[in-house]
Design a binder for this molecule. Structure first.
Ligand SMILES: [Zn+2]
Length: 584
């Protein structure tokens, strides 16, 4: 290789290493860089040994630079590669089956308003919404609120669910509430009875169970439709008590899954004891999930049901009913389970925790509710992107908070303004400052157009000193005699560190000097240019500290980065700044 060729190759490796580094928080990984170089220059396969040495050198050099510098180099020298990277990353949903069979794709999301929504619903909502958009179709929101006893709906949640969808930017084109549609379900229930495809069972549950497990009909199954219709009228009038009569749809008694055999479709609920929050005690007979949902999917023209694979048995049940009505079952896509490790996605545990005061509210940072994610500064874009990348595949997927955080970081990092927050602050007095300094702290390392905030450091007294807040974590005894750099300001030498304060002397101004001395860069706040600040962490503990005075201008809901601390969402700006922590 000539000198020129070598230099050219080195530059190629540098570009690949820098791109890799900015995707891995400033640390390029030798393996992937090496692989990518070979991918671009396959002829080098004969020179793997030399190449490996070269890659190692370049990666080491790149990793010694701060992330902001790495980004700066890429933006200056190879801005086009950033655009290309983004395009390559864009993933699309696979096509839906049999779209051409239908005039318009219609999907639906159908929550029970018995709790707020959480991350566990994200897949259903986003896939249904995105598919409707992809085919210029229709996305329906349907409240399935027909169990006033065990899955009791609560008025407040109808609105909270609407808010959550609006926040996720998945606004429905149409909305239905099942408790408004009870007469419709009655009408279809009657039709099945008339045709002899359903019956009212008055057997003791235990007796019925024995029969059905043995694939035998109970004594009600073969009654005439007149007798069944009479029983039905009595059911509607409230002449049976809860549990005394159940409406069942006939299926194959020999179906291999006993749970499918003659499934219950409507039942009686004590309307006085369990009034419905919307319709009160108006109805005694309430449809069960499979019945109401199956009828609605057909009547609302749903063409593609996209839901978790735990619903597979429900489809088998509903198909009997569809056959009786002469309807065609919609296309059904059953995706695998999505688990988020460390996130409790149990509605009942959330509700119980709130009731017992374990959580402060629906947006307690320990919860994975959309309200909590919103409060912490997790963006809907990040959730959307994560779900689209996972797609509708049938295999189970396990994600972690770190996965979601990584998606969120990708959205926040390029735009969030930077500020200084000193957690657990102690005072640092710096002596022998030779002149007045003006520190210009850029709002964003890659966007100079975002401007800066400026603090003037005026040395005072005999010793020409100034006092700063610094984090206790950055000031331990082991650092005495070390040179460190106050970011964007100057270099100092630590002289003394105690429990509540530290002393240092001015050393020099230049960044280069700090770099060659491998000085640690720490953030700081000038005493007097500060405001108290509390950051509520994801475990609901509070990180106490001091934010720089420029934070007084922040608006609630803005998401910023506290440098060397993490991304936070501004919750309140009063005498004190209250922020919620998103992630590193
Ligand atoms: Zn029976």
């Amino acid at each position: 290789m000539t000198f020129d060729e070598n230099a050219k190759l080195k530059e190629t490796i540098r570009k690949i290493a820098l791109l890799n580094a900015i995707r891995h928080e400033g640390k390029a990984q030798t393996g992937p860089v090496f692989g990518k170089v070979l991918g671009e220059k396959p002829d080098l396969k004969t020179k793997v040994k030399e190449l490996s040495i070269l890659v190692n050198d370049v990666v080491r050099e790149v990793n010694s630079l701060p992330l902001s510098k790495q980004q700066q180099i890429i933006e200056e020298k190879w801005p086009e590669s950033l655009v290309k990277e983004k395009v390559e990353e864009e993933k699309h949903l696979p096509q839906l089956p049999n779209v051409n069979k239908y005039a318009k794709v219609v999907t639906r999301f159908s929550p029970n308003p018995d709790c707020v929504l959480h991350l566990g619903s994200a897949r259903a909502i986003i896939l249904c919404y995105e598919y409707a958009r992809m085919y210029k179709g229709k996305f329906i929101l349907r409240f399935e609120d027909t169990d006033p006893k065990l899955k009791r709906p609560v008025l407040e949640f109808y609105d909270r669910i609407r808010e959550d969808l609006a926040w996720l930017e998945c606004k429905p084109d149409e909305e239905y509430i099942q408790s408004d549609r009870i007469p419709i379900y009655y009408e279809y229930a009657e039709r099945l009875l008339k045709d002899g495809n359903a019956y009212i069972c008055t057997c003791q549950p235990e007796q019925f169970r024995k029969k059905i497990l043995a694939s035998k009909p109970c004594k009600c199954r073969n009654l005439s439709s007149e007798e069944n219709l009479a029983r039905w009228q009595n059911m509607l009038k409230g002449e049976y008590k809860e549990g005394e009569a159940v409406y069942r749809v006939k299926t194959d008694l020999n179906h291999p899954n006993p749970a499918v055999r003659d499934w219950p479709a409507l039942r009686i609920i004590d309307a006085e004891k369990y009034p419905h929050p919307r319709v009160g005690s108006k109805y005694y007979v309430w449809p069960l999930y499979n019945f109401a949902c199956g009828i609605d999917d057909h009547l609302m023209g749903v063409t593609h049901i996209i839901r978790g694979k735990e619903h597979l048995t429900n489809m088998v049940r509903q198909e009997y009913m569809y056959k009786y009505f002469g309807w065609q079952y919609p296309e059904a896509i059953h995706y695998g389970r999505l688990k988020i490790t460390g996130a409790s996605l149990s509605k009942s545990k959330i509700v119980q925790g709130i009731r017992e005061g374990l959580y402060n509210d629906w947006d307690d940072p320990r919860l994975a509710t959309f309200a909590a994610l919103r409060r912490r500064g997790i963006t809907p874009e990040a959730i959307k992107k994560m779900i689209i990348d996972v797609g509708p595949k049938t295999s189970d997927v396990i994600l972690s908070w770190e996965n979601l955080n990584a998606y969120n970081r990708k959205f926040l990092d390029p735009t969030a303004d930077r500020f200084f927050f000193v957690n657990n602050p102690i005072e640092l007095a710096v002596k022998h400052i030779p002149k007045v300094f003006k520190a210009r702290l850029h709002m964003h390392p890659e966007h100079s157009e975002k401007g800066f905030r400026e603090y003037t450091i005026k040395p005072k007294g005999n010793e020409s000193s100034a006092t700063f807040w610094v984090s206790k974590k950055d000031m331990d005894v082991s650092k005495v005699e070390n040179v460190i750099r106050l970011m964007e300001l100057f270099n100092i030498k630590i002289e003394n560190v105690s429990e509540y304060s530290a002393d240092a002397s001015f050393v020099s101004e230049s960044y280069e000097e700090a770099r060659s001395a491998k000085a640690q860069l720490i953030h700081w706040i000038l005493v007097g240019e500060d405001m108290p600040c509390q950051v509520v962490m994801p475990d609901a503990t509070v990180a106490e500290g001091i934010a720089e005075s420029a934070c007084k201008q922040l608006k609630p809901n803005s998401i910023i980065q506290f440098e060397r601390f993490g991304f936070v969402r501004i919750d309140k700006v009063v005498m004190k700044l209250i922020a919620y922590y998103a992630h590193k």
